[in-house]
Design a protein around this ligand. Structure first.
Ligand code: HAM
Length: 414
């Protein structure tokens, strides 16, 4: 029979991989709690229309990257490519779209992108959404959170790029001025940028084409279209948090999702390679209305966990590990009872019960190859005497015979 492989860009994770995930996830959760943010969990599957109307059907995400299928009822459903749309759908449904709330979430997202280092088809995000807050205080609070993440997770060589897209009208005005400016250069543009010019002109600012970047140098600048207060906001954010993380105002930062208005930002690290953004976010004041809700000004962000974890030096879990070896001639139920008493006595230790039928010698050899510090041996003699033999696996110290109570006390103190 042919073996079945995983889908491209959708990796499996084993304990050895996850050992660096857990401390980062825990640290993020702690940071979110210090900002008094509550958790939300929304489904992975939503109606395709939700993403068309939010992320936008001119965006690459909806156009080319969404995983969609028709269910048995012929409804088009999609695996979520991001978390914001689902959160807004949910608060509208629960009639929470007229109050202020702060949410965080973590989970898998799906985009049919070309897989490469740092870019997957199933990846994980931790996201934050501040709902019901107009431009101002919440923008500062969210940038404070970004700085806490960068510093709390000890991210080196990080830079936070910020920009302001203006309100709906100034975004429109800038967009048409950009189109007018670029029309005469159409024959020098590549296919992808011509498509962007027709469908979503702002995205051209993101073009990786050098010639395009040269052309854009003399083109209109977003900073001339946005209000004085918007420019002030950018300067004030840079001034306020500049000593906590490196901040740069980048008038070419537009972001790939259609719902943004106002402040947008991206945190990058030169340690990541080509896919260097590990946080992306911004303000999206019109999204709730677009999805049939009330006016709900909002701002949020999402962290790419694979990327963050690969550059975070938050220490790996220093897991304490021990091995319990039952080497009686017949199965000794008491061994399992003692092992469980030990586990209940100290939940910081991982106690591996050797379940094989091999000899004591083979079991000890195997235990020595793990990073376990001690082996607890329970053989025929120990069963008769109601004792456990404790053997250090790290040094040549004499093994010690302990009563079960002594053994539990010893285990508590490890
Ligand atoms: P985004 O910029 O599309 O924003 O994604 C946020 C982060 O997710 C990126 O900076 C990156 O680290 C990670 N990411 C995106 N695609 C992939 C991929 N294919 N493989 C690995 N990591 C990836 C959003 O998703 C918005 N929902 C953020 C937001 C929340 N805006 C407002 N609220």
């Amino acid at each position: 029979m042919n073996k079945i492989n995983s889908l491209r860009g959708m990796p499996d994770f084993y304990s050895d991989d996850l050992i660096s995930w857990t401390p980062v996830e825990n640290k993020l959760e702690k940071i979110f709690k210090t900002f008094s943010i509550g958790e939300i969990r929304t489904p992975i599957l939503e109606y395709t229309d939700l993403f068309k109307r939010s992320v936008g059907d001119t965006s690459d995400i909806v156009n080319k990257e969404i995983y969609s299928f028709n269910d048995r009822n012929d409804q088009s459903l999609s695996l979520r490519p991001e978390g914001t749309a689902g959160v807004i759908r949910s608060v509208i449904e629960k009639k929470l779209d007229q109050q202020q709330s702060k949410f965080w979430y973590m989970g898998p997202m799906f985009r049919y992108e070309r897989p490469q280092k740092g870019r997957y088809r199933q990846f994980h995000q931790a996201g934050i959404e501040f709902l019901g807050y107009e431009e101002g205080k919440s923008d500062f609070e969210l940038i404070a959170l970004v700085c806490s993440i960068i510093n709390g997770l000890d991210i080196k060589n990080a830079k936070l790029k910020i920009n302001h897209l203006g309100d709906k009208d100034s975004k429109k005005e800038f967009s048409s001025s950009l189109v007018n400016y670029l029309q005469p250069f159409k024959d020098q543009m590549n296919e992808k940028d011509i498509e962007r010019l027709n469908k979503n002109p702002l995205r051209i600012l993101d073009s990786k084409d050098h010639k395009m970047q040269e052309i854009l140098k003399d083109g209109p600048s977003l900073s001339n279209f946005i209000s004085e207060s918007a420019n002030d906001l950018l300067l004030s954010i840079k001034k306020t948090f500049g000593d906590q993380c490196k901040i740069e105002i980048d008038n070419k930062l537009v972001r790939g999702l259609d719902y943004y208005t106002g402040l947008v930002f991206e945190a990058c690290s030169s340690d990541l390679g080509a896919q260097d953004a590990f946080i992306g976010g911004g303000r999206y004041d019109s999204l709730a209305k677009t999805l049939g809700g009330k006016d709900l000004p909002a701002i949020g962000l999402a962290i790419g966990l694979e990327r963050l974890i690969s550059i975070s030096s938050v220490s790996r879990l220093n897991e304490k590990k021990l091995v319990f070896i039952s080497s009686t001639s017949n199965i000794a139920p008491l061994a399992f009872k003692i092992a469980n008493q030990l586990r209940n006595a100290n939940s910081n230790i991982s106690l591996d019960m050797d379940l094989t039928d091999s000899s004591l010698k083979a079991k000890l050899r195997r235990a020595n190859k793990t990073n376990a510090s001690h082996a607890f041996i329970f053989g025929d003699e120990e069963m008769t005497n109601k004792t456990v033999t404790v053997k250090s696996l790290r040094d040549d110290a004499e093994q010690v015979s302990m009563s079960i109570t002594e053994c539990i006390d010893f285990y508590k103190k490890i």
